[in-house]
Design a protein around this ligand. Structure first.
Ligand SMILES: C[S@@+](CC[C@H](N)C(=O)[O-])C[C@H]1O[C@@H](n2cnc3c(N)ncnc32)[C@H](O)[C@@H]1O
Length: 264
């Protein structure tokens, strides 16, 4: 082989590999822009790396079972991602949460993460308009031995919150409230949750980056339901950032979660 040829071939091979990698990278970015992807990271490979290295190995067996069960459900796009479940679990333990609320249960992945993270006498008031989906996950929650912490209420959450406020004795009693339901009601939820969470307690609002659409150009092609709720999410994000009763932290975990710590 003439001197330099091998190097040239290697160089060409390297170039081909580079082109291939670039194509895979571009494809992964494209997949990532699909609606409903459970991460805002701009690389599937990186997200997969996080899941496989740092999330799945420590995921409690019941959560794995519930995640796999939910994956077969037609509305699985709604489930909380495993990395967000892990985040919630860590957060709840850090703040020693005992009395919590969840608005938007679906099959119960975030509910189970919460129930496992709370002490044995911990409580979760859980609300969803759909009991059927909750009951799909319930056998897994029961098998995990944490169902006694859950008070599930079927129906719209707003009237339940109004009832709690009217009752008087629930003011400032919740350590943590997770809101993961109808986005057009987030401001209505906030008007009520701010009274129910204790000073120093946390409210977590899910999906506040709304598939990344919050920063999309006005003419970006968006799925109908993303477009429909976008203005509500934008309005909510602005309002929450200007609310003097809370300090906030916007995290790009899952579809974006805004943590609000009540300060007054
Ligand atoms: C994104 S899913 C919740 C996902 C859940 N946190 C999980 O970990 O799988 C949203 C849920 O909110 C529920 N929902 C919608 N509108 C509601 C309302 N007004 N009150 C209570 N729940 C509602 C839906 O039935 C749906 O199950």
């Amino acid at each position: 082989m003439a001197p330099g040829l091998e190097e040239q071939q290697n160089h060409q091979g390297g170039h081909q590999n580079l082109q291939q990698s670039l194509a895979i990278y571009k494809a992964s970015i494209f997949r990532h822009q699909e609606i409903g992807h459970k991460s805002l990271l701009q690389s599937d490979a990186l997200y997969q790396y996080i899941l496989e290295t740092s999330v799945y190995p420590g995921e409690p067996e019941p959560m794995k079972e519930l995640r796999e069960l939910t994956a077969n459900h037609p509305w699985n796009i709604m489930t909380t991602s495993a990395d967000e479940g892990q985040f919630l679990s860590m957060l709840l333990k850090l703040i020693n949460a005992k009395n919590t609320m969840e608005i938007g249960v679906y099959t119960g992945y975030s509910l189970l993460a919460t129930a496992l993270a709370l002490p044995d006498d911990g409580k979760i008031l859980a609300m969803d308009i759909n009991r059927e989906n909750y009951e799909l996950g319930l056998p897994v929650i029961e098998k995990a031995g944490v169902a006694h912490k859950i008070d599930f209420r079927e129906g719209p959450a707003l009237p339940v919150l109004d009832q709690l406020i009217q009752d008087g004795k629930y003011h400032g009693t919740f350590d943590f409230i997770f809101v993961d339901a109808d986005k057009d009601n987030y401001l209505n939820y906030h008007k009520r949750t701010i009274e129910l969470v204790k000073v120093g307690g946390l409210i977590g609002y899910d999906n506040t980056l709304w598939n990344g659409s919050v920063a999309a150009p006005p003419d970006a092609p968006l799925r109908k339901y993303v477009r429909f709720y976008l203005d509500y999410v934008l309005e909510f994000n602005k309002a929450i950032a200007a609310d003097p009763r809370v300090e906030i932290c916007q995290l790009p975990v899952g579809d974006g979660i805004t943590l609000c710590r009540r300060i007054s």
